[in-house]
Design a binder for this molecule. Sequence first.
Ligand SMILES: NC(=O)c1ccc[n+]([C@@H]2O[C@H](COP(=O)([O-])OP(=O)(O)OC[C@H]3O[C@@H](n4cnc5c(N)ncnc54)[C@H](OP(=O)(O)O)[C@@H]3O)[C@@H](O)[C@H]2O)c1
Length: 503
Amino acid sequence: MRLLVLTAGALWVRDGDSVDLGACALPGLIRTAVSEHPTMRVRQLDLPADDGEWAQAVRRELADRNHAGVVAARDGRRWQPKLTPLAETETETVTAPVRTGGRYLVTGGLGGLAVEIAGHLLAAYGVRLLLVGRSTVDGAKADRLAELSALGDVDYVQADVADAGALEAAVASAEARWGHGLDGVLHLAAADPTGQWAELERHTLANEAAATFAEQYRPKVSGTLAVAAVLDRRPDASLVLFGSVNGEFGGNSFGAYAAASCFLVGFAEYWRHERRRSVKCLAWSMWTDVGVNAGRPVEAARRRGFRAIDPDAGLRLFLDAMAAPGHYLLLGLDLANPTIVADLGPGGVHAGELLVAYAPDGVDPGVVRAAIAAGIRDAVVPVRLVALPRIPRGVDGSVDTERLLLDTAPGRRRRTPAAPRSDLEREIAGVWSAALGRTAIGRDDSFFELGGNSLRATRLLALVDDRLGVRVSTQELYESPTVAGMAAAVRERRLVNSKESAR
Ligand SMILES: NC(=O)c1ccc[n+]([C@@H]2O[C@H](COP(=O)([O-])OP(=O)(O)OC[C@H]3O[C@@H](n4cnc5c(N)ncnc54)[C@H](OP(=O)(O)O)[C@@H]3O)[C@@H](O)[C@H]2O)c1
């Protein structure tokens, strides 16, 4: 059996597209149907706004008897959503995830992931938080609130995130108390879908009840719309949406959850491209130890290419994702897993990214970059600037776009770090590895370009003290932030120490 589902506006593909918020959850359902019925050919074709292109696009899809999944037709071409791994340098944290001292609303604020993230934001960035959840605060939730309150300024309001009036009232009253407007929202509220594990058959798309859809859509779909209504009145406030990889890959017996997560992706595209607002949609694999998957077996998810993430790794991924380019990021994918590999694109263009490739051709790259800067200053999507030895061209002289995308794919731009030159430098590089959680540290690599920040600097200097018995100051690290620079500082400090003890 073959099923072709036609939509328009379910996917954002390129500038000029507009997202239909009533249709953008559907890819999550289609992908679930594909995984629940591998022998059926279920496909969604998302048509362009121009209905003159429809007939040809539908004819082409009907002629293809093999593919299943989600595709889009635009400009006479067929587009298939593909994923692009972020290069190491792009995933390292260099900027703060929130405004220091900022005021944020966290929905589902006493949930597992929210408490981990809120705790860090309170301790490291001194934010003030308004948490919203439906429950009264007692038992474990009271302990969590007490934990957070010990770290900073936190308020909890009992409200349903889908109730736009209640949400607006809670935010307005928090703003009055803060004496300051809201800086952003972290939207984590979600209905726990894990009860479905006990009755998988009952939750396949063929059997699923409307009530499950209503339950899953309430926080993620109606909740996001209520959050958007709050943000409408606060044009500078940012939004972070928490979703699941199931939105991108579907979820066998979790179709409603997958569709609700997929809605978040479409909403993020709409919010970014049509409303020109600051937004990140983070689609997670599976956290261990906290949240709804705490204590669940990880094997099934691992087989699908979804890594188990412990809270420390999750927090790090959150910080890296907030600093990374792009507004839709999948976190916790195993890039060696065949299912995931099959979804990776040959290109390297992130959804909604502007790629500017240039060949300096003997001219100083700084001059070329300055010339380009004016043209890209107002770009509404992240800009990736790449220097190439030459721009690939076809026989007719036009730019070979496919080759260009391959040549500029982020994974290709690997650094070759300069190896440490002495035992001391090697020892220091080892300590940096431990502090930064990465290998291949070169002697001239800058701590900050490797993802160092003030928190990691504190950890690094404590490790140096512990392993080398030398106290390097923060100022020394900031002034000379390389392995070679630190080795010089350590040598100097040891010399001073030995002179002092000889006296
Ligand atoms: N944990 C994971 O492995 C994982 C994986 C992928 C994605 N995610 C996403 O990450 C987010 C957090 O997950 P989690 O594991 O931390 O979940 P969690 O512990 O269940 O937290 C979610 C919170 O949302 C609140 N909530 C539910 N419906 C609400 C509503 N209508 N209004 C207000 N609050 C509501 C719940 O509190 P009340 O019952 O008090 O309202 C709950 O504390 C979710 O969006 C989830 O989809 C998590």
